[in-house]
Design a protein around this ligand. Structure first.
Ligand code: F6R
Length: 347
């Protein structure tokens, strides 16, 4: 059914397919946005990115790109308020696509109480309103997407803000390379490409009725978590995620039990991974593979960390959409997540 446009349209009435197909153009448009910073802002000594869910994953991407090149501590904060590291000379970046996540409004209020430099990235909502009222810088991005499908609009402005403050998360050249890789994958993974040559469709079929368990290495581990949340929100299945080497010290123990039959092991490989990590992937495959319901290996593309992480992210987005289609569930709507937000608002 994945090659049948009518069947895909029937299961995806809100157009998650179109949102994902537009991801390369979204990234290109987002990379061109000039952040409106205040002249008083200077290079921070600590960066705290406050976000939840799909918005937080833009922060994870920034942190993963920074890990090997930026000497400034960088924290992705998922929760109310701000961590105590957000004090003197810390920069707070608040990212919420809807602008209405209670946790991020609370982070903005805490930043104000602590008089910290602050920039918001949002498509509107209460976050946009409060930046207007308080005269704070805000990158306004287009509305109309689900937050998790707006990763380009959320990530690139964060990277641009940091670059403007002399925090070199990604170079202009790396951004151009990443955009080209995302465009290439957009063409390769789209619904028009049939199953036999479409890696995302093949992966969804391989996972089938099992639960995906996704593992990355030290760099791609951030994307493994993103895959898990995409499978959960888009396909409405439980997902597991972890990273090597850490999972060798705990989760590995559960892999040689009968429970593993219900899981599909997905390994996010990266040609730049260290030989020690490659060895651990081989071992994981040897030990867990025979017990697992199935195993798939996916390879990052591109030279820069950003290109490699975004290439795997694109694959996970499409694979989770196709898995939703196979399961007959709408990949766009998140009714239970919405109900939680509504019931919290009602008190
Ligand atoms: C929904 C989604 C969620 C949201 C999260 C926070 O598509 O991806 O994970 O990102 O509920 O909402 P925002 O991003 O609007 O702050």
């Amino acid at each position: 059914m994945l090659d049948d446009p009518g069947a895909l349209a029937a299961v995806d009435p809100h157009g998650a397919r179109a949102a994902l197909a537009g991801f390369p153009a979204q990234c290109r448009a987002a990379a061109a946005i000039e952040p409106p910073l205040l002249p008083s802002m200077k290079r921070p000594r600590v960066v705290v990115i406050a976000g939840m869910g799909g918005s937080a994953s833009a922060g994870d991407l920034v942190a993963a790109c920074s890990a090997e090149r930026v000497e400034i501590p960088m924290f992705v904060h998922r929760g109310y308020g701000l961590p105590s590291v957000a004090w003197d000379e810390a920069l707070v970046l608040a990212v919420s696509y809807s602008g209405n996540s209670a946790e991020i409004i609370s982070a903005a209020d805490t930043a104000r109480a602590r008089r910290l430099p602050f920039v918001a990235v949002t498509a509107g909502g209460a976050l946009a309103s409060l930046t207007e009222q308080r005269g704070l810088p805000c990158v306004r991005v287009p509305q109309g997407l689900m937050p998790r499908m707006a990763l380009g609009y959320l990530f690139f402005p964060l990277a641009r803000i940091l670059r403007a403050l002399d925090v070199d998360v990604v170079s202009g050249e790396e951004i151009q390379e990443a955009l080209a890789v995302v465009e290439q994958l957009g063409a390769e993974l789209a619904p028009e490409r049939p199953l036999e040559v479409n890696e995302a469709k093949r992966l969804a079929v391989a996972i089938g009725s099992r639960w995906p368990a996704v593992y990355g290495g030290p760099v791609t581990g951030a994307v493994a978590y993103r895959w898990k949340t995409d499978f959960e929100e888009n396909a409405k299945v439980f997902g597991l995620a972890g990273a090597l080497p850490e999972m060798n010290h705990n989760t590995i123990e559960a892999w040689r039990t009968p429970l593993a039959r219900d899981l599909h092991l997905v390994l996010l490989r990266d040609e730049r991974e260290e030989p020690e990590i490659a060895r651990r992937f081989t071992l994981l495959r040897d030990l867990a593979g025979p017990a697992a319901g199935g195993v798939s290996e996916c390879r990052a593309r591109g030279r820069s960390t950003l290109a490699r992480l975004l290439s795997l992210t694109c694959l996970g987005q499409w694979a989770s959409l196709y898995l939703a289609a196979l399961r007959g569930v709408d990949p766009w709507s998140v009714p239970t997540l919405d109900e939680v937000k509504r019931r919290l608002r009602e008190g």
